[in-house]
Design a protein around this ligand. Structure first.
Ligand SMILES: [Zn+2]
Length: 340
């Protein structure tokens, strides 16, 4: 069949939802654990990705514990540089032409000499990897909703201060069931005033109301996940009218039990409603699949045609913070892919 001949890895796209530690190659994690004598939980050393179910708090806690164990293997600037370079290489192999990687520098601060040194090491690593690999890369600084809103404000000010060093957005991650989005409105106000995109997580573990909160209280330009908006047609229309891009991560949703099967992820309802999407891998280290695999899910489980996959790629590019010349180059690459 001609339709299946096109390789989604060759479709130019932007990757807007990838967490820092979660981007690590499993083999790199094993090497770093060995280097530092860290005994990893069995779930991180097997050939298969761990079995997770984060729809209850215990499951989410287990997911966070695995994430923390992996992060504890990143101790030196060299480890950070390696992680970022490999994330760029993996993205390029999957057809990414633009990567926005998400990080809470607070979690790396204790091992890297404090918050500001940690952020500078990360930004330097991103700049170097981008230059060496040719992949356009930027950073989203994400606050942790399990921490105090004042910490988020500090982080927002820092992100704004380093905006010219490659930070393009401000996020909010961790358990949506904890804390209200509006507790973080001041932090997001600081970020937006400073010219950063507002890109909080919402509509993953909790329903449409958490997406509405991101729009109403955090004036979100983009939503991390947002898939649960599919449960509310009026909200879908609002996202479509405002052209708020949802960073949809199908493999992550299934791995964490948000949906039972790949075909249950509401890609069709969002697409048909005109909600722009940017497919993302979230945490490939824990979920076992990277960027191109998300487009494969759309093709295989949701019967997206090549023209529709090309449109998804365009939506990811338009939703990105990439400069105009990069966008035009990637968009014309999408057209070339489709006519090839
Ligand atoms: Zn995420």
């Amino acid at each position: 069949m001609e339709r299946l001949a096109r390789d989604v890895r060759e479709l130019p796209k932007a990757h807007l939802h990838l967490h820092f530690t979660g981007s690590m190659r499993p083999t790199t994690l094993l090497e770093l654990a060995d280097k530092y004598g860290v005994r990893l939980p069995d779930a991180l050393t097997g050939a298969e990705p761990p079995k997770l179910r984060a729809t209850d708090e215990r499951g989410w806690f287990r997911f966070q514990r695995l994430y923390d164990a992996a992060r504890s293997c990143l101790r030196e600037p060299d480890d950070i540089r390696r992680l970022v370079r490999e994330a760029a290489e993996e993205d390029l192999a999957d057809g990414s032409g633009w990567l926005e990687i998400q990080v809470d520098p607070t979690s790396y601060a204790p091992r890297l000499g404090g918050l500001i040194p940690a952020l500078e090491i990360i930004l330097d690593a991103v700049e170097t990897a981008s230059r060496d690999t040719g992949l356009g890369m930027r950073v989203l600084v994400a606050a942790n909703r399990m921490k105090h809103p004042l910490d988020a404000r500090t982080l927002a000010r820092l992100a704004v201060r380093y905006a010219d060093r490659g930070i393009v957005g401000f996020g909010l991650s961790n358990d949506e069931r904890r804390g209200m989005a509006r507790d973080f409105d001041r932090a997001f106000h600081i970020a937006r005033e400073g010219g950063l995109l507002s890109a909080p997580h919402g509509g993953e573990l909790t329903g449409p109301s958490s997406v509405r909160d991101c729009l109403d209280d955090l004036d979100a330009h983009r939503i991390g996940h947002g898939v649960r908006a599919a449960e509310d047609p009026r909200l879908l229309k609002r996202l479509a009218d405002r052209q708020v891009t949802c960073e949809v991560c199908p493999a992550s949703n299934v791995a964490l039990g948000v949906y039972e099967k790949p075909e249950d992820v509401p890609l069709r309802p969002l697409f048909e409603a005109g909600v722009p999407m940017a497919l993302g891998a979230d945490d490939p280290l824990l979920f076992g699949s990277r960027l191109a695999a998300q487009y494969e899910i759309a093709r295989r489980h949701h019967a997206f045609t090549d023209a529709e996959l090309a449109e998804l790629a365009r939506q990811s590019i338009r939703g990105s913070a990439a400069p105009e010349d990069v966008r035009q180059r990637l968009l014309s690459g999408v057209d070339t892919w489709l006519t090839s």
